[in-house]
Design a protein around this ligand. Structure first.
Ligand SMILES: [Fe+2]
Length: 441
């Protein structure tokens, strides 16, 4: 029986309530690929929470737009002729056909390819002779133009990051992000950033949550899954992912900050002045010691400063953003953006592109390792749906370990000494469970 009926829904909610137990470090396997859990996520998570859609540098001019996805719905992220950024459901109000069929572009209006209904850059159905072909003949009594306005999501930006939500009320973007903003500043707020090229997209046969929680909370896997870095002599020892801090900033967000013990910052001296203009003293001190940072904004927006590696005798890293776009319970479309400081020296830009291609991208060495794990976990979960007994996974690392006193680290949130912990993953699943069980009606 499908769980779309009310009784089935109730059974599913009861099972989630009973078995998803991050407080004890236990997560049941079925939640990864059960189609009914996925349906509940689309409704209660992706239909309501703030979702990352792109960077402001992707739509620089009035009329620029990109096409993105919220949950499984296509949306247009466009800068109107008044320069305001808006997000619309990419669907004509007449019969629901997609208005924008390209990935990005520049336009003064969207014209539906099916019957020709036409909308302006603010989502308004255009005036007579422009809105619908042969309007006077086809609709002699006229059209109610207001009711044909494109469906519009609530859109806000933070430091150039564009987010939207279908929730008409509820928390602002700043409230949703909370303390993770302090850490986002280190990657996208330290300077004026721009996206290099266009985002890369590829499909991985995994549930979307496995990569999200990996970036939020899992520095532990680097010693095994990515040990090649050490074997190729690119880093010293396989424990390069251990030194630093595991951070739970609240809200289901999570991150790890890796630090080095050298005197000098690894970031280019040419950019120091711009960093000083944009960051506070605590953020500058953190950036000066930083050798990597990985994190996830709940639910599916990942940010990453990969571990610095040496290319052509220079230490180099990148600023990377990801979205784990759900495309079914066991299928994810990966979106990957690579950003760089607009006024960076040429060597940093050039070597950063090579860093991106080699490490975290569709051709990246790290992605080859990670993808194999996520695919196999997803297959395990698919198969476990038919097990007679519940199959729990173990999320207990660092359970009961207290966070550091506030004086030990300048950033906000619960900060744990050393990156090997699963505290942020437990918080992720607490917030995830609360969203799924909140009926909201
Ligand atoms: Fe990894």
């Amino acid at each position: 029986m499908s769980r779309y009926d009310l009784r089935g829904r109730q059974e599913l909610e009861d099972r989630i309530r009973k078995t998803v137990d991050p407080e004890q470090g236990r997560i049941p396997m079925f939640v990864y690929t059960d189609p009914d859990v996925y349906a509940l996520e689309l409704e209660r998570l992706f239909g309501r929470t703030w979702l990352f859609l792109g960077h402001i540098s992707e739509i620089p001019n009035p009329g620029s737009f990109v096409v993105r996805t919220m949950g499984e719905e296509s949306v247009i992220v466009g800068r109107g002729d008044d320069s305001v950024v808006r997000v619309f459901l990419n669907a004509c109000r007449h019969r629901g056909m997609r208005l924008a069929c390209e990935d990005f572009g520049e336009t003064t209006m969207w014209r539906c390819p099916y019957h020709g209904f036409t909308y302006g850059s603010k989502g308004d159905f255009l005036g007579t002779f422009m809105g619908a072909p042969f309007e006077k003949v086809a609709y002699p009594e006229g059209l109610d133009r207001d009711s044909l306005h494109l469906l519009e999501a609530r859109c806000e930006t933070y430091r150039g990051l564009i987010f939207a939500t279908w929730a008409k009320d509820g928390p602002s973007l700043e409230e949703h992000l909370g303390d993770v903003r302090w850490y986002l500043d280190l990657i996208v707020g330290r300077a004026e950033m721009e996206v290099v090229g266009v985002p890369e997209k590829w499909v991985v046969p995994t549930n979307w949550r496995l990569p999200a929680e990996n970036f939020a909370s899992d520095a532990y896997h680097t010693a095994t899954a990515h040990s090649f870095l050490s074997r190729l002599g690119m880093v010293k020892g396989v424990d390069f992912g251990r030194d630093g801090y595991h951070i739970d900033p609240g809200g289901g967000h999570g991150l790890g900050v890796g630090v080095h013990f050298d005197d000098e910052s690894y970031f280019p001296a040419e950019l120091r002045e711009e960093y000083e203009r944009n960051l506070d003293a605590g953020q500058l001190a953190t950036l000066a010691r930083l050798k990597n940072m990985h994190g996830n904004v709940f639910p599916n927006f990942t940010f990453l400063i990969p571990n610095f590696i040496e290319i052509e005798g220079r230490r180099v890293t990148g600023a990377m953003l990801r979205v784990w776009q759900p495309a079914g319970p066991n299928r994810t479309q990966v979106w990957a953006w690579h950003l760089v400081e607009r006024d960076a020296p040429e060597w940093w830009k050039k070597l950063g592109r090579r860093m991106y291609t080699q490490t975290f991208s569709s051709s990246g060495m790290f992605d080859q390792d990670d993808t194999e794990n996520w695919e196999a976990q997803t297959r395990t979960s698919d198969a476990a749906l038919y097990r007679p007994e519940e199959f729990d996974l173990h999320y207990a690392m660092g359970l009961g370990v207290p966070p550091l006193p506030e004086s030990e680290f300048p950033g906000p949130g619960d900060v744990y000494d050393g990156k090997f912990s699963e505290s942020a993953a437990r918080s992720y699943y607490r917030v995830w469970r609360d969203h799924l069980l909140e009926d909201g009606r």
